[in-house]
Design a protein around this ligand. Structure first.
Ligand SMILES: NC(=O)c1ccc[n+]([C@@H]2O[C@H](COP(=O)([O-])OP(=O)(O)OC[C@H]3O[C@@H](n4cnc5c(N)ncnc54)[C@H](OP(=O)(O)O)[C@@H]3O)[C@@H](O)[C@H]2O)c1
Length: 162
């Protein structure tokens, strides 16, 4: 199964200057991300891979780039189809960034979105707007900001209508 895992703000902003908009200010989302992706394959663009600055443990790391490289613990693929093949039978999570979400959206039936209840005007990368006729919300779990997490946020699951 192929899913998108993403976190975006109220304007669908996902990043700025090759980093997350909320930096490390929502650790609950990082744990959620780990729980959703652990044990499967994660597919990401080269810029996202560089922004993570390391390998995501317990997951097959597949990085899409026009330039093939050899790096321990990482599989490079030249496009999404090649990345899907490299994932084999593993559950696939597409983890960004903007260009990869855009290209992979037609291929997935499920989106795990963290909706951050804030606006970050510096955003320079965005998640595509979901067409509500095509995507149905199936679960929503709301959380308030607290001592550890700086913003209110919802964990939402969208399923493609068939
Ligand atoms: N909030 C979130 O959930 C989330 C998640 C992930 C990332 N982000 C943010 O998103 C931003 C990065 O997104 P981005 O769109 O700039 O970059 P990206 O999608 O992470 O990576 C873009 C790169 O991927 C490669 N690529 C993309 N499509 C390709 C194709 N069809 N064939 C071959 N290579 C391809 C190219 O690498 P080469 O140049 O090497 O050829 C391209 O430069 C950052 O700010 C990051 O923090 C946010």
């Amino acid at each position: 199964m192929k899913s998108i895992v993403v976190a975006y703000d109220k304007n669908n902003g996902i990043g700025a200057s090759n980093d997350l908009l909320w930096k490390r200010d929502i650790p609950a989302d990082l744990r959620h991300f780990r729980d959703l992706t652990h044990g499967g394959a994660v597919i990401m663009g080269r810029k996202t891979f560089e922004s993570i600055n390391g390998i995501l443990g317990g997951r097959k790391n597949i990085v899409i780039s026009h330039h093939f490289r050899l790096m321990e613990g990482v599989t490079f693929a030249r496009n999404l189809q090649e990345a899907y093949k490299e994932a084999g039978d593993a559950d696939i999570s597409i983890i960004g960034g903007g260009s990869i979400y855009e290209q992979a959206l037609p291929d997935v039936d499920r989106i795990y979105a963290t909706e951050i209840k804030a606006v970050f005007p510096q955003a320079d990368t965005f998640f595509p707007r979901l067409d509500s006729r095509e995507w149905h919300e199936v679960t929503r779990e709301s959380h308030r900001a607290d001592g550890a997490n700086k913003y209110d946020y919802d964990f939402v699951t969208y399923q493609r209508a068939r």
